[in-house]
Design a binder for this molecule. Structure first.
Ligand SMILES: Cc1cc2nc3c(=O)[nH]c(=O)nc-3n(C[C@H](O)[C@H](O)[C@H](O)COP(=O)(O)O)c2cc1C
Length: 367
């Protein structure tokens, strides 16, 4: 059996295989609420054959959205809509419900949308009642962006609580896993990187201080969740800018998370600085996942232009990572795991109803 189709344990959770659909914003939520698009999209991903689907970056408070049309999980109403959506999706999946659903909880910090969304189906600009984003320091992403407000102690406490509350809601909804968005230049990453964190209090300066708030958020989320729900941390292992966040810092952060029982690291890169120069190519972020895994022994998910099943299998066989994250590849080929299974000679067990009713015709195409 190829390793790609070997089960993987994340804490108490067992994934049927090692294919993880990475979170992808759908820009289709309405005032934080899931819509029929999510029903269709998450249903499609549920039939993909992947072991874990991580639902898109979901704002823990309205001011933490990347776009006005991001999902939110900040009140009873958004929780109910997402709970209904997930329940309706799961009701249609093959018996046994092999696919697991996780959710990425995030806060965009200085990269948040400043528009108050969806009033009469169009965005309301900041001047008409939007907001100024929050961040570790009053440093905008781009010079031309509005300078964010540096979070004070009350703001930090509010955001920590918002993460924990959203995690509690995710558990109530029935998500199998929670991923924290510590990557791509959003709030938690902004604390880690010296390029966006110029604080002079206990949350800025030394590496230990810069890691403090993201670790506090992790602790609050871990405490809010029942023990059977694993927590994954998504990181950008480098800012791809001199003087920025780097692999050494990522390893130290991973070690601190490992000591706290974090179940896996999902290793991406970039997003913190507009000056980044990323050498994009097949598997370009795999060395970062490999470095984290080698230094910490943690379960790692490698991601970034891994589209060839044999290359994915090779990453696992050579011990560079424990699971493969795939995003655009799934949009291009929503049955990528089935096709990978056929190419690698593996057997998939989850079968939609049409396969069971039409065994002779369709089984020749699916393994
Ligand atoms: C449409 C789209 C939306 C994305 N939204 C998110 C997101 O919500 N959270 C996140 O961490 N990454 C997001 N990403 C990044 C992906 O998760 C992934 O890291 C990246 O696309 C590289 O993987 P790939 O080469 O398999 O696409 C998004 C990517 C795409 C293409």
């Amino acid at each position: 059996m190829p390793l790609l189709f070997d089960p993987l344990k994340l804490g108490a959770l067992t994934l049927e295989n090692r294919i993880v659909i990475a979170p992808m914003c759908q820009y289709s939520a309405k005032d934080g609420h899931a819509t029929d698009w999510h029903l269709m999209h998450l249903g499609t991903l549920g039939l993909s054959g992947a072991g874990l689907v991580i639902v898109e970056a979901t704002g823990v408070e309205p001011e933490g959205r990347i776009s006005p049309a991001d999902l939110g999980l900040w009140d009873d109403a958004t929780e109910k809509t997402l709970a209904d959506t997930l329940a309706r999706v799961r009701a249609q999946l093959p018996a046994g419900g092999h696919v697991k659903y996780g959710i990425q909880l995030g806060h965009a910090g200085r990269k948040a949308s400043t528009a108050r969304p969806w009033e009469g189906n169009h965005q309301v600009a900041e001047a008409d009642g939007g907001w100024v984003p929050y961040a570790p320091s009053a440093l905008p992403f781009r010079n031309e962006d509005v300078a964010p407000i540096a979070l004070d102690d009350a703001g930090l406490a509010r955001v920590r609580t918002a993460f924990a509350d959203a995690a509690r809601r995710a558990a109530r909804i029935g998500f199998d896993a929670v991923e924290l968005h510590g990557a791509h230049g959003y709030l938690l990453h902004q604390f880690l990187s010296p390029l966006s964190n110029a604080r002079t209090d206990q949350y800025g300066g030394s590496l230990e201080n810069r890691m403090r708030f993201p670790l506090e958020v992790y602790d609050a989320v871990r405490e809010a969740l029942p023990a059977h729900i694993p927590v994954i941390m998504r990181v950008s292992a480098t800012d791809w800018v001199d003087g920025g966040w780097d692999v050494e810092g990522t390893i130290a952060f991973s070690q601190a998370l490992k000591a706290r029982g974090c179940d896996a690291m999902h290793v991406s890169t970039g997003g913190l600085s507009p000056l980044q120069k990323i050498p994009v190519g097949p598997g370009y972020q795999v060395p970062h996942a490999e470095a984290v895994k080698a230094a910490t022994g943690m379960t790692t998910i490698a991601v970034g232009l891994i589209t060839d099943p044999k290359a994915a299998e090779d990453i696992l066989q050579t011990g560079k990572a424990d699971a493969i994250g795939i995003a655009r590849g799934i949009l291009y080929d929503p049955r990528w795991p089935w096709h990978a299974a056929a190419e690698l000679g593996a057997t998939m067990t989850a079968a939609p109803q049409y396969l069971r009713c039409q065994p002779s015709g369709l089984r020749q195409l699916f393994r």
